[in-house]
Design a protein around this ligand. Structure first.
Ligand code: URA
Length: 434
């Protein structure tokens, strides 16, 4: 097989055979195909997409690039939750401990901040001592003992996804339905789960900007799951404005703590509870979704989700006290207030712009090699629909150096739209696909 022929055929919109897809993924993972050729292939996929057969072959070959995790010795239903990526999206850190407190085992494989979106691993690593690079045995031990364990993709878990994802990020080929589905589902199927809840984000802060594309992505992922014998449901949720008020790693851990103590933002609490309920339902801890919702709400109210997150933090080497004492988390050295030039209603807060501004001051990375500043980010003071006076504080930028602060502040100012009339309220949970 010649790589150039496969690139050309994909570029022309032809379907490649499972053997051809497998050969490409295997050869690239072994370092036998250069980045420039796979980049061209990914761009061809971005424009031509892939058939279900091709995506299936890609998922299988990405799983086979590493080991399948065998969790059969650990008692209890194994259910994970995965978001396609958003701004201020810290739902994993709320829904997973709630589900674990209800008796679900949550073996979570998470990602890092990329582009304007945040990553669960970076958020957790803002906790002093927290380790996301557990060995397989350590991971299983935490899962068995605590019920919720988190790791990243690694040299043993879908290494092909690690290489391909980094390349996609650098070649503007992330936003492909076929590639996102293959990337997420290869990681999830490698974990040997019983159930999976997907949160497919749609709107300016998501990779899918249109609901029709989010639906296609949700359908493709739930189909792949079903074929592999995995119970799966996908929620399509709004990402036109950031979720909650906090954007940035340590800032988001603080908001997670508040939410698990029943004093978090309404939108974040609602989505997290619904995701947790569906994890509990798919894990068959509850016979109906209604019952699962009651259990999730009870685990929030009685503080057991909050305690569960503390247990996971401690088991993975972190200091659980950070959830009570925010001064133990990395803190920014300065805050810049952004004020509204006029009064009116907040008609939109562009999540992508806020995410990019936050990334620009150090909360995210431009390239995979960049390091993160865990202390920095943005705290919104208002949400869409709110009425404000001229001069009101829209948000604060928390920074540790002023390198790109002015540029970020300009972006943030432009992210807020103010109108004279109240906007139509937007649904938070738009659709369920199963
Ligand atoms: N999250 C993933 O794990 N992969 C993607 O391609 C996009 C979001």
């Amino acid at each position: 097989m010649r790589t150039v022929d496969l690139i050309q055929r994909k570029r022309n919109g032809e379907e490649l055979s499972p053997e051809e897809i497998t050969w490409l993924v295997d050869s690239y993972t072994r370092g036998e195909i250069p980045d420039y050729q796979i980049s061209a292939f990914l761009m061809a996929v971005y424009f031509q997409s892939m058939t279900d057969l091709e995506v299936g072959a890609m998922v299988e070959s990405m799983i086979a690039s590493g080991e399948r995790m065998d969790l059969s010795a650990i008692p209890g239903p194994k259910v994970d939750k995965h978001s396609t990526g958003g701004v201020g999206d810290k739902t994993s850190l709320i829904s997973a401990p709630l589900a674990a407190a209800a008796g679900v085992k949550v073996p979570m494989i998470s990602g890092r901040a990329l582009g304007h979106t945040g990553g669960t691993l970076d958020k957790l690593e803002s906790i002093p001592g927290f380790r996301t690079n557990l060995s397989t045995d350590e991971f299983k031990e935490v899962l068995d003992k605590v019920g919720y364990a988190v790791v990243g993709q690694s040299d043993t878990l879908t290494p092909a996804d690690g290489k391909l994802y980094a390349l996609r990020d650098a070649t503007a080929t992330v936003e492909s339905i076929a590639l996102i589905a293959a990337s997420i589902m290869s990681k999830k199927l490698a974990m040997g789960l019983d159930g999976l809840v997907l949160d497919v984000k749609v709107g300016s802060g998501a990779f899918m900007k249109r609901q029709v594309d989010a639906r296609k992505l949700a359908q493709l992922m739930t189909t792949i799951a079903r074929r592999a014998g995995l119970r799966a449901q996908a929620l399509i949720t709004d990402m036109t404005q950031p979720l909650g008020y906090a954007i940035g790693n340590a800032l988001e851990i603080m908001e997670v703590s508040q939410t698990l103590q029943f004093s978090g933002p309404e939108d974040l609490t609602r989505i997290s509870l619904e995701l947790a309920a569906r994890m509990i339902y798919l894990g068959k801890v509850a016979a109906t979704l209604e019952e699962a919702r009651d259990i999730a709400a009870a685990k929030l109210r009685d503080g057991s989700g909050y305690q569960k997150l503390k247990e996971t933090i401690a088991a993975q080497g972190g200091n659980p006290q950070v959830l009570d004492r925010f001064d133990l988390l990395p803190n920014a050295s300065g805050a810049l207030e952004i004020n509204s030039p006029r009064g009116g209603y907040i008609s939109a807060i562009d999540a992508e712009e806020i995410g990019l501004a936050s990334s620009m001051i150090g909360a995210g990375r431009d390239t995979k090699e960049d390091s993160i500043d865990p202390a920095v980010g943005v705290i919104l003071e208002v949400k869409t629909g709110q009425k404000i006076e001229a001069g009101a504080v829209l948000c604060r930028l928390y920074f540790t150096n002023e390198d790109r602060l002015a540029e970020a502040a300009e972006r943030v100012e432009d992210a807020f739209r103010i109108s004279t009339s109240a906007p139509e309220p937007r649904e938070l949970i738009l659709e369920v696909v199963s």
